[in-house]
Design a protein around this ligand. Structure first.
Ligand SMILES: [Zn+2]
Length: 540
C-alpha cells in the first residue's frame, strides 16, 4: 500500500508528489543527478531516477534534457514589456523615413485626439546616427500628440502637440535633473532627457488606451515561455516611461491573480507614503505577485549621454551626464523600504552615480541595514576603488550582460579605452566577492535569459577578460538573481519547485550554442506553466 504510509506529519500525501526525469539535473555547483522529486510546490529530493522512482509515483519525462534551477531575471519591467509587445516598435527602423512610416501607420489607426506612443527608438541604429526631432513628427502626424521613447527609457522625442498638452513651449526652463534639447535659436527640438520626459508622459497618460489585463498576463506568460520562473519586477506607481497609459502598478495588480510566474515588485515611488500604499496594495494583490522593495534612479543612460560620469564622455567631452540622486530624499525612501521589509535597488550607470550610491549605501549599512538587501542596478561604469568597495560592503551588483549586445557598435567611443576596461566589470566584481544578479532590463533588451547568460561569458567581444565562467553565468541567472529578489534557487528539499527544463546543457554549451538552446518547459512552484501558442515575444 502506498499513499499516507509514505508520508510523515507535515508533508503532503503521495498523490501530490511527482518525479521529473531528464538526462541531467544541473546547478552552478555541477551535475546533481537526473531527477527531481516534487512535493506540491516544493522540492522533496534531488538525485538519480533509479533511486527516487516508485510504482505509484507519476513521472514527467524529458529525454535528452537538462533541468536547471528556475531561471530568474532580477530586473525587468513587466508592464513596459507588455507595452513593447502591443505598441509600435521603432527598433527595426533603418532611418528617419522608416520612423515616420511607422508613426504615420500607428496614427492612421488611432482615434482623433488619442496619443500615439512608439517604443524602442534607437538613434545608434538609424542611418542618420541621431534622434529625430519634432519637426519630422509634426510633418507626418500633425493632429495627434506623439511620443517616441528611446529604448533605454531615459530619453524621448515629442511632437509639438504633445509638448503643448504638457504646457511646454520654447520659453519653458529645463526641469531639475532633466533637459530639453534646443537648436541654435533656443527653439525646442522635441528631444527630452530624464525628468523632462515626465510631464509629457503624464499629460499623455489619459490619451493612450491602458494595457488590458490580458495583455499584461500574456506578456508574463511570454516570460515563462523563455524559461523565466521569477522576476524582479520594476513597476511605477504612475504611468512610468514605457506604457503611456495609466498607472503601471494598477495594471499589474489587476493582472496579479493570473500571472503565472513569481514577481517580486520593486516599486518606483514618489515618496515614502506612496511606497507604503503600494506595499499595502501588493500585500493583497494575490497570486504570485508580492512587494519586494523600492527602485530609485541616480542617473540616466550611456546611450542618451545622461549617465553621471566623473569625466566627460569620450565622444562628448563637455557632457558629464545627469545626476538624479537627491541623497536625502533617496535615503528616506530607502529607509521606508527597509522598514517595510523590502530591498533597496538604485539605478546607477555612470561612475559618478555609482560612487554616490555606494556612499549612500555605506551610510545605510552604518545605520544597521543588511547589505544583502541593497542592490545597485546596472553598476555599469566603475572606478577601481568602487569595485573594491562593492566587495567590501557586500552590496549586490544587479547587471545586464545583454546590454553589450546592443552596445558593441558604440560603447567604446562613448566611454573611451580606459573606462571600457571597468565597464560591465563582472570578472573584477566577482573576484572581490560582490554578489552578482543577472537581468535583462526588458523591454530595454529581450527577456531571454540564455543569450543574456552567453553575453556574461563572451561579452559579445567587449573586453572578454571581464567574462564569467560557465558556472558563474548559470549562477548569475539562478542563485544570484533569485537571491536579489528574496527567492531560493537551491536544488534541495524544502526549496520552491521552480525549474527550467532545457534541450541542452547550458554549462557544457559554448556561448554560441548557449544562445540557441531551447526551453522545453518551465515549472513554477510545482506546476508546469502552459504557454498558449498565440503568446508572442521578441528577440531583437
Ligand atoms: Zn530598468
Amino acid at each position: 500500500m502506498d499513499g499516507s504510509h509514505h508520508t510523515s506529519p507535515g508533508t503532503l500525501p503521495l498523490v501530490s508528489r511527482r518525479l521529473i526525469v531528464a538526462d541531467a539535473v544541473r546547478d552552478a555547483t555541477g551535475v546533481r543527478g537526473d531527477a527531481i522529486l516534487l512535493d506540491g510546490p516544493q522540492i522533496a529530493a534531488v538525485g538519480q531516477a533509479a533511486d527516487l522512482r516508485h510504482p505509484n509515483l507519476p513521472e514527467d519525462r524529458y529525454p535528452g534534457a537538462t533541468i536547471v534551477p528556475g531561471l530568474r531575471d532580477a530586473h525587468l519591467h513587466p508592464v513596459g514589456y507588455a507595452a513593447s509587445l502591443n505598441r509600435p516598435s521603432l527598433k527595426e527602423a533603418a532611418d528617419f523615413a522608416a520612423v515616420a512610416d511607422i508613426v504615420a501607420a500607428a496614427a492612421a489607426t488611432t482615434p482623433p485626439g488619442s496619443a500615439v506612443t512608439a517604443l524602442r527608438l534607437d538613434d545608434e541604429s538609424l542611418a542618420e546616427g541621431r534622434l529625430p526631432g519634432r519637426d519630422l513628427l509634426d510633418r507626418v502626424v500633425p493632429d495627434h500628440p506623439v511620443l517616441l521613447i528611446r529604448y533605454c527609457g531615459h530619453v524621448a522625442v515629442a511632437n509639438t502637440a504633445a509638448l503643448a498638452l504638457a504646457g511646454i513651449d520654447d520659453h519653458t526652463a529645463d526641469p531639475v535633473a532633466g533637459s530639453m534639447d534646443r537648436d541654435r535659436d533656443g527653439r525646442l527640438t522635441g528631444v527630452l532627457r530624464e525628468t523632462a520626459v515626465e510631464p509629457v508622459t503624464a499629460a499623455l497618460g489619459g490619451l493612450s488606451p491602458p494595457l488590458t489585463t490580458d495583455q499584461v498576463v500574456d506578456a508574463a506568460t511570454a516570460l515563462a515561455a523563455v524559461g523565466l520562473t521569477g522576476v524582479g519586477a520594476m513597476v511605477s506607481t504612475d504611468a512610468g516611461c514605457w506604457a503611456g497609459g495609466g498607472s503601471e502598478l494598477d495594471s499589474l495588480i489587476d493582472a496579479a491573480p493570473l500571472v503565472p510566474i513569481t514577481m517580486g515588485v520593486m516599486v518606483i515611488a514618489s515618496d515614502p507614503a506612496d511606497l507604503e500604499r503600494a506595499a499595502e496594495r501588493l500585500a493583497h494583490a494575490g497570486g504570485r505577485v508580492r512587494f519586494t522593495g523600492v527602485k530609485i534612479f541616480a542617473d540616466g543612460s550611456l546611450g542618451g549621454h545622461t549617465a553621471a560620469m566623473h569625466e566627460g564622455f569620450a565622444d562628448m567631452p563637455e557632457e558629464r551626464g545627469t545626476d538624479r540622486l537627491d541623497p536625502e530624499w533617496a535615503a528616506d525612501l530607502a529607509r521606508a523600504s527597509l522598514r517595510l521589509g523590502g530591498r533597496v535597488a538604485i539605478h546607477a550607470i555612470g561612475d559618478r552615480a555609482n560612487g554616490g550610491v555606494l556612499d549612500l549605501m555605506e551610510r545605510l549599512i552604518a545605520e544597521g541595514a543588511d547589505p544583502g538587501m541593497l542592490r545597485i542596478e546596472h553598476a555599469s561604469v566603475l572606478t577601481a576603488a568602487d569595485i573594491e568597495r562593492f566587495g567590501r560592503l557586500g552590496v549586490t551588483a544587479s547587471v545586464q550582460p545583454a546590454f553589450m549586445a546592443s552596445e558593441t557598435g558604440w560603447l567604446h567611443k562613448r566611454v573611451g579605452p580606459d573606462r571600457l576596461l571597468r565597464t560591465y566589470a563582472f570578472r573584477s566584481l566577482a573576484d572581490v566577492g560582490t554578489p552578482l544578479a543577472g537581468g535583462s532590463d526588458s523591454p530595454v533588451e529581450p527577456p531571454h535569459p540564455l543569450p543574456n547568460m552567453a553575453a556574461a561569458r563572451d561579452r559579445c567581444g567587449i573586453v572578454p577578460g571581464q567574462g564569467l565562467t560557465a558556472d558563474e553565468a548559470l549562477a548569475l541567472f539562478t542563485t544570484g538573481s533569485a537571491g536579489a529578489i528574496g527567492e531560493s534557487a537551491l536544488l534541495e528539499a524544502g526549496a520552491p519547485a521552480s525549474l527550467t527544463i532545457l534541450d541542452a546543457d547550458p554549462v557544457l554549451a559554448d556561448p554560441t550554442a548557449l544562445r540557441a538552446i531551447g526551453v522545453l518547459a518551465t515549472w513554477v512552484l510545482g506546476r508546469s506553466v502552459a504557454v498558449p501558442s498565440g503568446v508572442i515575444t521578441w528577440t531583437a
